[in-house]
Design a protein around this ligand. Structure first.
Ligand SMILES: [Zn+2]
Length: 212
């Protein structure tokens, strides 16, 4: 059984997800903590629950999803795992911060490993399948767990909305096609955890999302 703990971090109200199972092994997805208080909240939860972090995964490389990568690297020695396309086609996070005129310093932590569509990420006795969902960014991915019936989808799909496509390498048609092909094709009851805002279900987005 996988437990999903979510945190809402940084000015962009980004959802950071910490997943763990009965073995206490954990994966962190989209670490957005960007100040001492948020770092303390995350590290405190990991310590209290005696978790061992095995992977730092990124759905994509937009700034608000990677603020905490420097902290995780320094504290736990993990480098981010990300689709190569976002590394190649997006400005590095510190450049993005300048373009958004943020004063917040952001560290560029090089990828420790490139994620490939269809591969399986393991922790404890659990696994996540990597699904490529391009369009919001060229290298966007989702992490799907069939057994527990959920997917962490980054900024591809939101409750009642879809990701913006006006940033580097974004493409609206590509995004809509990927959502239909990779996400709405999952079982109806699959719970969708977006990168911002509340969770939803495949069946709700299939029938009630005005943008799809
Ligand atoms: Zn994004």
């Amino acid at each position: 059984m996988i437990t999903i703990k979510s945190f809402e971090f940084n000015y962009f109200q980004e959802n950071t997800f910490l997943l763990y199972d009965d073995t206490r092994e954990a994966v962190l997805i989209d670490c957005g903590c960007c100040c001492k208080e948020e770092e303390k909240e995350l590290a405190g939860f990991i310590l209290e629950n005696k978790l061992t972090l095995k992977h730092l995964l990124c759905t994509h490389l937009h700034l608000d999803h990677v603020f905490g990568n420097g902290f995780i690297y320094k504290t736990y020695g993990l480098k981010p795992e990300v689709n190569k396309l976002d590394v190649e086609l997006l400005p590095p996070p510190d450049e993005q911060a300048k373009l958004f005129r943020l004063r917040q310093p952001v560290e560029n932590i090089p990828a420790g490993k490139y994620l490939v569509g269809g591969e399986t990420i393991k922790f404890g006795t659990s696994e996540l399948q990597v699904l490529t969902v391009p369009g919001h960014s060229p290298g966007s991915v989702a992490f799907y767990n069939k057994k527990n019936g959920f997917a962490i989808v980054g900024d591809a799909l939101f409750a009642g909305s879809i990701g913006r496509t006006d940033l580097w390498g974004g493409n609206h048609e590509v995004l809509v096609a990927a959502i239909h092909d990779k996400l709405l094709s999952l079982p109806d009851e699959t719970v969708i955890y977006p990168g911002h805002g509340p969770e939803t279900r495949v069946i709700d987005e299939k029938f009630n999302n005005p943008l799809l």
